[in-house]
Design a protein around this ligand. Structure first.
Ligand SMILES: C[S@@+](CC[C@H](N)C(=O)[O-])C[C@H]1O[C@@H](n2cnc3c(N)ncnc32)[C@H](O)[C@@H]1O
Length: 364
């Protein structure tokens, strides 16, 4: 699962992790063995959630749906007496009453997973297993949430200022901007530091899922040996990064530093309180990546965009850049020559990632 518009970034990343994905609106479909499922949780920076498809069948009545759900191998995913939460989406189908479908399926799953196994001891887990049933043209597709908490919650951003960008969206922007750890990177409106911290963890080869517990860890079929094996796979080579992040708000810099410390990358980023009006180039070339404040959430949207565009034509003229802005803000009007790299939805706002070359030149 990913924000619609970022499917290509997701499929590229999944391919690099060894999957053979097919893009679908808001996500990608692929076959995975246990190691690949675990590897994607450990390493994917762009995915928001992974679901495992448990079954697919035709269903036009509640009874038929209940019976088909009951036949699926729930003992792999659900402990006896463990709560189950079923979400339902239905399009062009006779089974339209989502509440009734959810109740029927929950009942069927509890029934199927009722028999305790010899290895089950003590109380059942209290976390509900998330199940999604999508019904389209009278065909139901049943899947189980393998992730639990959304994957962008890496664990280090416990504090934030203003309107922070989700970590997986920041990672998608870095991917789409084709940033590689050898290139200097500057976020001159860094807020909570998401771009720079995400970049630092990439450069230092720190997997985003290390130290996390995912929903699949609680499944009866969890394979501890496979998880250990995936954790032991050799990491990418670490690169000494050149990362710079600044903001005019001293509180933002304090928060960004604290987030970087929690991510274990504080030494890898040079944080600084600095207004865009006084921007300086910390290296001759590199990538400026930023989501300047926009209307509705933080005041002064054009002021920051204007200052940024001046900096990109002035002290940062040797740098290429990628700017995330809502659709109604057009960098061309600010004197920047650029091309749209991607369009997606960020928390209900349609945004465009624009890219430009040094001195405002259009990228090749
Ligand atoms: C949308 S937030 C950036 C969010 C950030 N990408 C994150 O994930 O936390 C915009 C930031 O721009 C900063 N800002 C606004 N005007 C600025 C200026 N003139 N110079 C430097 N920073 C500025 C604000 O203080 C705010 O922290």
């Amino acid at each position: 699962m990913v924000a619609p518009g970022l499917e290509t970034a997701l499929t590229d990343e999944l391919s690099a992790l060894g999957a053979r994905p097919r893009a679908q609106t808001g996500g990608a479909v692929f076959e995975a063995d246990t190691d690949l499922l675990y590897r994607i949780h450990l390493h994917s920076r762009i995915a928001a959630r992974v679901r495992v498809r448990v079954g697919e069948f035709a269903a036009t009545t509640l009874e038929a749906l209940g019976a088909a759900v009951r036949r699926l191998p729930w003992d792999r995913f659900v402990h006896p007496r463990q709560p189950v939460k079923v979400e339902v989406a239905s399009h062009r189908s006779r089974l339209r009453h989502r509440e009734a479908v959810a109740r029927k399926a929950e009942h069927a799953i509890r029934d199927a997973a009722r028999v305790p196994r010899r290895t089950d001891a003590g109380r059942p887990p209290t976390d509900a297993v998330g199940v999604l049933i999508r019904i389209e043209d009278d065909r139901a597709e049943v899947s189980v949430d393998a992730s639990g908490d959304l994957l962008h919650r890496r664990g280090w951003r416990r504090e934030h200022v203003g309107a922070p960008l989700r970590e997986n969206l920041a990672a998608a922007c870095l991917w789409l901007a084709e940033w590689s750890p050898g290139e200097a990177l500057l976020d001159p409106v860094c807020g909570s530091g998401t771009f720079a911290i995400e970049a630092a963890t990439i450069a230092l080869a720190r997997p985003p899922g290390a130290g996390r517990t995912f929903a699949f860890h609680g499944w009866p079929s969890f394979d501890a040996d496979a998880w250990t094996r995936v954790l032991a796979e050799p990491p990418e080579e670490a690169v000494t990064p050149r990362l710079f992040a600044s903001d005019r708000d001293p509180k933002a810099i304090t928060v960004a530093r604290a987030n970087a410390r929690r991510a274990g990358v504080e030494q890898a980023v040079r944080f600084e309180v600095r207004d865009l009006a006084a921007a300086v180039a910390p290296a001759p070339t590199g990538l400026v990546i930023a989501n300047p404040p926009w209307g509705g959430r933080i005041k002064g949207e054009l002021e920051a965009m204007e200052l940024l565009s001046r900096a990109l034509r002035g002290p940062l003229a040797g740098w290429r850049w990628a700017l995330l802005a809502p659709r109604h803000i057009v960098p061309h009007r600010l004197g920047l020559t650029c091309e749209p790299i991607a369009r997606f939805n960020d928390g209900g706002v349609d945004v465009v990632l624009h890219g430009g070359g040094p001195s405002g030149a259009t990228p090749p």
